[in-house]
Every structure is written in C-alpha cells, then in structure tokens.
Write a protein that binds this ligand. Structure first.
Ligand code: FES
Length: 205
C-alpha cells in the first residue's frame, strides 16, 4: 500500500506511534551503551601518569604509582652510569635480550631514553615483591664491598644493577621491566605512553 492511499488521520497515528517506537528504542539502548564504557576507576587504572622530575636531584629516586604498580624514576650520577659498564660479567642478561622486559627504545646499556634518567617498574621478576633500593655502591649498602649499586629483593635474594638488570644465579629470571614512557619536556615524563616517533614507526610497520 502506498502512502498516498492512507487516510490522513490514520497517517498521523502511524507517524506518532513510529516516533514513540524510536524514542523508546533510544531509551532502551542507553543503558547498554553506558555499560560498554569503562568505569572511571578502570580508566584511571590504565591512564598514563605525568611526572615532574625537575626537582629530582642526581643520585635520587622517586616512586610513582602507575596501573597500581610502583614505578621508580632514578636520576643517575655520572659515576652510576660508569658503573653499568663494569657490571656485565655479573649479569644474567646484560644486553637486555628478553624483549618483553623493555620497549625497543630502552634496549641499550642504560635501559633508558636519556642515559641519566632510569624508569623502572619496581616489582621483582621472581614472585613480585618490591625490592629495596640500594643505590649506593660499596659496603655502606650492606651488600658487601663489591656491590655496584642497584636493587636488592630480600624475599629470596635477587639482585639488580642500576639499570634494573638481574644478576646471575639469583631466583629472579629476568631484568626488571622498563615501562612505556616518553618525555613531554626535559622535566616532565609521561609513564604509559611511547615516544611519538616510536608510535609513528609502529604505525608505519
Ligand atoms: S620475589 Fe624477589 S627474590 Fe623472590
């Protein structure tokens, strides 16, 4: 039946009931759309974290929380950077060959974008304890004269150097994780987001 053949009163009724049906469908759909959106808590749990490191002095460490995990940011001194070269013989994976433990842009001896700034997830790769910070080299660390500076997990004795690289013959199987991170400026680090040029490379791949 064509529209021309419909009685005008019946046509108005049809239009009215069709409109109500559409409004009803929209109301019915709203809870479903809402249920598909992540909650504010879920978004916050996965959101990047911006950190001001302008007051982080050489040799200091700060801890921030990202995705419920502690993330350490260390500003390494020239001496700390120099010590990384001496560590290779005592490390299980000095070249960071386990690719899951750091982004490609942190696969270098310092495991960082800027040599002096180390960003690490502070969770032991053995059973997930958070290691102690023993940044100072030598006997004052309590770990012996030969301690090069780094992190010690007292749970089962795992040791990591100042790039988060795991020692040989300890329970932890891999280096500590370097999270995705980038720089918004010299003094602002964004944890959880790759550098823009890395994203572009991934997009082109
Ligand atoms: S959890 Fe760190 S050594 Fe076991």
């Amino acid at each position: 039946m064509s529209a021309e053949g419909v009685d005008p009163r019946r046509r108005r009724l049809l239009v009215a009931t069709t409109g109500l049906g559409l409004v009803g469908a929209a109301f019915a759909a709203t809870p479903f759309v809402k249920s598909m959106l992540p909650s504010a808590r879920a978004r916050a749990a996965g959101a990047p974290v911006e950190v001001d490191i302008s007051k982080l002095e050489s040799g200091q460490l700060i801890t921030v929380e990202w995705r419920g995990k502690p993330v350490w940011i260390v500003r390494r001194t020239p001496e700390m950077l120099e010590s990384l070269k001496q560590d290779e013989g005592i490390l299980a994976d000095p070249q960071s060959t386990v690719v899951s433990q750091q982004p490609a842009y942190a696969k270098n001896p310092g495991r960082s974008i800027k040599p002096e700034v180390l960003v690490l997830v502070g969770i032991c790769t053995h059973l997930g304890c958070s290691p102690d910070k023993r940044l100072t080299a030598g006997a004052t660390s309590g770990l012996g004269d030969n301690w090069p500076g780094g992190f010690f997990c007292p749970c089962h004795g795992s040791k990591f150097d100042l790039a988060g690289r795991v020692f040989k013959n300890v329970p932890a199987p891999t280096n500590l994780v370097v999270p995705q991170h980038s720089y918004l400026s010299d003094s602002r680090v964004l944890i959880g987001v790759d550098p823009k040029d890395q994203k572009d490379q991934k997009g082109a791949a």
